[in-house]
Design a protein around this ligand. Structure first.
Ligand code: FAD
Length: 254
């Protein structure tokens, strides 16, 4: 069943916005009811298509924030199983890009009950499976936290003991998405923040990855997600620190 979720034929489905949760002043989580959602693996994304009354249509990719409801190769009863929610749906978290075409609409305009078309789940490389056993390093820039949060939630849902480390770069503490959930004590999950615009703001560097990541000798699975420049910087640092390129999986948000 898990294989079906990864490589099944993709069709457009009409999803209905079920709930909205503000994460920060500019990011919100949208939970959708999706008929016949096949389940997904943490790290996968969907394509969202919006069509205007005049027929103009545009689409963007959004990572799945919910854990996917897949564990040990089987799909459980629903796509959302964290935070006490459990129904056949999915969650996306959208960061508003001020001059953007699609994200301001999803993050500010879309109302509960409104439909959107979506297609997925997409992607089979940038995924973590609860059956994986290597230590995990997650490195997020901004909204790049979204697919990595799905991995953290899947780890928790599966009661996995695989140790996770998260390095999360955000502009300021107020821009941290999922701040409350990341504050909850979770055995085996270490979180380190880097703030780029809070006075002493600075960019991620070798020392951060060296100190708060895993030694290359541990052969961790590394997942890096965020803006292209951020992802390339971190991937270069990891390879320079001795990590095998095949263990460094990246997702660029553009
Ligand atoms: C696989 C994948 C998964 C993604 N998952 C998420 C997600 O979970 N949450 C999320 O919020 N976004 C995610 N994105 C980014 C998303 O697809 C859009 O690119 C983003 O929402 C901007 O779209 P827009 O139509 O508002 O902006 P556009 O109209 O496309 O662009 C407007 C301006 O903003 C710039 N821009 C475009 N994207 C970004 C960005 N991400 N950050 C800063 N500036 C940008 C453009 O260069 C342009 O100048 C993902 C992208 C990919 C490829």
């Amino acid at each position: 069943m898990a294989r079906t979720a990864v490589s099944g034929r993709l069709i457009w489905r009409v999803a209905t916005l079920a709930t909205i949760r503000d994460e920060t002043a500019t990011a919100r989580t949208l939970s959708f009811d999706v008929p016949d959602w096949p389940g997904h693996l943490p790290g996968q994304h969907v394509d969202v298509r919006l069509t205007a009354d005049d027929g103009y249509s545009t689409q963007r990719s959004y990572s799945l924030a919910s854990d996917g409801g897949i564990s040990d190769g089987g799909i459980s009863d629903g796509g959302i199983s964290h935070g006490g929610i459990s129904h056949g749906g999915i969650e996306l978290t959208v960061q508003k890009v001020d001059d953007g075409e699609v994200s301001p609409y999803l993050a500010s305009v879309l109302k509960v009950g409104d439909p959107v078309e979506l297609r997925g789940p997409v992607g089979g490389w940038f995924v973590w499976r609860p059956t994986d056993t290597a230590p995990v390093l997650l490195v997020a820039g901004g909204s790049g936290i979204v697919p990595l949060m799905a991995m953290i939630r899947a780890r928790q849902a599966a009661a996995s003991r695989v140790p996770f480390r998260l390095i999360y770069s955000a502009r300021t503490p107020a821009d941290v998405i999922y701040a409350n959930e990341l504050r909850l004590p979770a055995g085996g999950l270490d979180v380190h923040y880097i703030f780029t615009r809070n006075g002493t703001g600075r960019r991620i560097g070798v020392a951060d990855v060296n100190t708060h990541g895993w030694p290359a000798d541990f052969e961790p699975d590394c997942f890096v997600c965020g803006p292209t420049g951020f992802v390339e910087t971190v991937a270069d640092i990891l390879v320079a620190l001795g990590h095998q390129p095949r263990k460094v999986k990246t997702e660029r948000f553009g």
